[in-house]
Design a protein around this ligand. Structure first.
Ligand code: HEM
Length: 454
């Protein structure tokens, strides 16, 4: 997800037309309903799109027809140059994340080390109110930075922070009306005003920053002895140098690095920000998690992944935050690679497909009282954690989130170490606005929190 570099904006809320508007076995070409509850078709200013609603429809397309639904739409906002080369880029990212990240036992210690920096930075506020966003963003992005660049950035590094700030501003801008219009009518790009211009300006600045950073971290590189993702990518470029079909290039390296940084930071950061907010909102749930931490880990030892399976309640809370808060409510847009039929409706090749993950997590066929925040829905009668089919915050199929394992490690280790050391509450008990801030991701409105040593 890198706006201005990869991802399309959110559509405006669509208005479905009645069932069977198209008659038998219709071709979806205009603004019509596929089926009132499972999906509908939208005409986004000339861009033909289908919205998939509910678990059954999403699964049918992303799992049962995964090859056909694995493309991304080629919208003007997509500066993605690797197009069909996405498979080789994805494979490289998955391998590198395993080799330099979650596949290494020692990587867990690196996350724990970062947690300590994070907790110590929180301690400097001595229980006074502050906005946690900045520290969480830094801590979380450092985990991806270790894999991509082989180094972390200090919380005082204003240049890196500025880059992340304008990058995530683009995630918000990508859902704005003028950027949305730009995708439908690219000539709008020549207008000197409008949010699309801010988005381009930010994207150019991020590009320049990443370009210089990549140059610096690849100095002294020894070919075929990669130290991090950038080295591994340059090795691939060397190997494919004579292949005119190869999509590995300097430009796509910058693009890939940008995508990995923002996809890993914006999402995991927002999950943790929501988790903190809900812990302060529901002190009894916070207390239950802390009870489990004290029992399984104790007050002083750093949490480890080994303890995860012994902490069903904490797992249930994190899962409920992911379900309830819908960090990436519409996933990342997909596109069909050829004509296909879904539930009797023909969807032409090249149609943009919007996976409404929000609707899956509130699908009443799979969740009772979905509008209630209730971690216990992930526990059986013995208090053991149970998986749920319709829990798909990382999406499904061939394009599902490639950072899922890493995100799960980070969420558990940061969350448990935070609640092990601190009690969280709102200043003067004042509950902040709970309505999410809209963008390609759903994040909480800025809020203040007090973190007092337990
Ligand atoms: C809780 C945290 C996260 C959530 C909820 C999340 C969710 C998602 C979702 C819904 C998608 C779209 C999948 C689709 O198109 O069907 C996605 C894609 C992606 N995610 Fe994540 N993600 C998280 C963390 C991460 C992390 C830590 C990384 C890597 C550092 C990452 C890297 C990516 C990438 C590169 C893609 C695009 C994959 C592709 O196009 O093939 N994500 N993520």
């Amino acid at each position: 997800m890198s706006p201005g570099m990869t991802t399309p904006p959110l559509p405006q809320q669509p208005v479905p037309v009645p069932d069977n508007a198209l008659g038998d076995n219709p071709v979806v070409t205009e603004c019509h309903t596929i089926s009132y509850c499972e999906g509908y078709h939208l005409d986004l200013g000339g861009i033909s799109a289908v919205v998939l609603n509910g678990y059954d429809a999403v699964k049918e397309c992303l799992v049962h027809q995964s090859d056909i639904f694995a493309d991304r739409p080629s919208l003007p906002l997509f500066k993605n140059k690797y197009g069909r080369g996405w498979t080789e880029h994805r494979k490289l990212a998955v391998n590198t994340f395993r080799i330099f990240g979650y596949g290494q036992r020692s990587f867990e210690h690196k996350i724990s080390e970062e947690s300590l920096f994070f907790l110590d930075a929180i301690d400097t506020y001595k229980g006074r109110p502050f906005d946690l966003k900045h520290l969480i963003t830094n801590a979380v992005s450092n985990i991806t930075n270790l894999i991509i660049f082989g180094e972390r950035f200090t919380y005082e590094d204003t240049e890196f922070q500025h880059m992340i700030e304008i990058f995530s501003e683009n995630v918000e801008l990508a859902a704005s009306a003028s950027v949305f219009l730009y995708n439908a009518f690219p000539w709008i790009g020549i207008l000197p005003f409008g949010k699309h211009q801010q988005l381009f300006k930010n994207a150019a600045e991020v590009y320049e920053f990443l370009h210089e950073l990549i140059e610096r971290v690849s100095e002294n590189r020894k070919p075929q002895s990669p130290r991090h993702f950038v080295d591994a990518y340059l090795d691939e470029m060397d190997c494919n140098g004579n292949d005119p079909e190869s999509t590995y290039s300097r430009e796509n390296l910058i693009f890939s690095v940008g995508e990995l940084i923002i996809a890993g930071t914006e999402t995991t950061t927002n999950v943790l920000r929501w988790a903190v907010l809900f812990m302060a909102l529901y002190p009894n749930i916070q207390g239950q998690v802390q009870k489990e931490i004290d029992l399984v880990i104790g007050p002083n030892k750093m949490p480890t992944l080994e303890e995860k399976s012994k902490m069903p309640y904490t797992e249930a809370v994190l899962h409920e935050v992911l379900r309830f808060c819908n960090i990436v409510p519409l996933g990342i847009f997909h596109a069909t690679s050829k004509d296909t039929v879904v539930r009797g409706y023909t969807i032409p090749g090249g149609t943009t497909v919007i996976t409404n993950l929000y609707s899956v997590h509130f699908d009443e066929k799979y969740w009772s009282n979905p509008e209630v925040f209730f971690p216990e829905r992930f526990l059986d009668s013995n208090g053991q954690f149970v998986k749920k089919d319709a829990f798909i915050p990382f999406s499904l199929g061939r394009r599902h989130c490639l950072g899922e394992q890493l995100a799960r490690m980070e969420m558990f280790l940061f969350f448990t170490s935070l609640l092990q050391r601190f009690h969280l509450h709102f200043p003067h008990g004042v509950v902040p606005e709970l309505k999410p801030k809209l963008g390609m991701t759903l994040q909480p409105q800025p809020y203040l929190i007090c973190a007092e040593r337990r």
